[in-house]
Design a protein around this ligand. Structure first.
Ligand code: GTP
Ligand code: MG
Length: 266
């Protein structure tokens, strides 16, 4: 006879943050490294809900609207998944980026005045009544979209997906990106939270950049690397679930309970 498994009543929730090179055109070149597309593909994978364009250049009113809410991060919503062990779980996805003023082309001024690499490594995020982000067209037309709020209070971050764009990029050098990524990783490491390296845009990946990224990960405590393409929808799921697994491991294995104690708990 099979032993009856104790049912888990509450599905565990994971708060995952996507980070990577961000800033003005001077820093990131003409095009972002793929943080938004990765989030979009994970939380809303279907072709109808996937957008390639998620501009970070915003008017003052869009920056102050309820979706961006004067923050330099986006709440992408919550996704339900089943882990490899068959456990139901919920995953909240946040993107840490930098929003640029469409008039001055400088970063929007927000309450958080820290530089990106410090801010992106925050392990507690809060934003009163901030709405889930869908797409650029939603900004200013919030009523036309489902209005789902970011969970109330402080969102405790469980782990980070560190994006490295391995495509040719647009007037940005891979070496500069790696300098940024190294500094960013050093901040993330201080939090002691699990980190997964996510190679983005592998559909246009440059072999040397892919190799260098793997070398980087090896030298940083043997970080796990997932090669993804949000555009082609390859390995996006794997990237997030790899991080969930790492978090689970760091949260500890199930506690071994002696027979009599277990009996008492029944
Ligand atoms: P910021 O938030 O502005 O810093 O950018 P980001 O890191 O969020 O980048 P985003 O996801 O907006 O992607 C920028 C551009 O890269 C997109 O508009 C796409 O053109 C391209 N891109 C994103 N994902 C992929 C991908 O998987 N493959 C390819 N080939 N291009 C991609
Ligand atoms: Mg973005």
């Amino acid at each position: 006879m099979m032993m009856a498994k104790k049912q888990d009543v509450r599905a565990p929730t994971y708060n995952l943050v996507v980070v990577g090179l961000s800033g003005t055109e001077k820093e990131k070149g003409q095009c972002g490294v793929g943080k938004s597309c990765l989030c979009n593909r994970f939380v809303r994978p279907s072709a109808d809900d996937f957008y390639l364009d998620h501009t970070s250049v915003l008017s003052t009113s869009d920056f102050g609207g309820r979706v961006v809410n004067n923050d330099h991060f986006l709440f992408w919503g919550e996704a339900g998944r089943t882990t490899e062990e068959g456990q139901e779980c919920r995953i909240n996805v946040v993107e840490q980026t930098e929003f640029i003023d469409d008039q001055t082309f400088q970063p929007h001024r927000s309450t958080a005045l820290q530089p990106y690499i410090k801010r992106a490594a925050s392990t507690k995020l809060a934003s009163a009544e901030k709405l889930m982000y869908f797409c650029t067209d939603q900004l200013g037309l919030e009523q036309d979209f489902e209005q789902k709020q970011m969970p109330e209070g402080k969102l405790m971050v469980d782990g980070f997906l560190l994006c490295i764009d391995v495509s040719r990029g647009m007037n940005r050098s891979f070496e500069d990106q790696m300098k940024f990524v190294t500094n960013l990783y050093n901040q993330l490491a201080k939090t002691k939270k699990p980190v997964v390296v996510v190679l983005s845009k592998c559909d246009e990946g440059v072999e040397r950049y892919i190799k260098d990224s793997h070398t980087f990960a090896l030298t940083k405590k043997n970080l796990q690397v997932v090669e993804t393409s949000a555009r082609s929808n390859v390995n996006v799921e794997l990237a997030f679930l790899t991080l969930v697994q790492l978090i689970d491991k760091s949260r500890g294995k199930p506690k071994i309970i002696p027979y009599f104690e277990a009996l008492k708990q029944q």
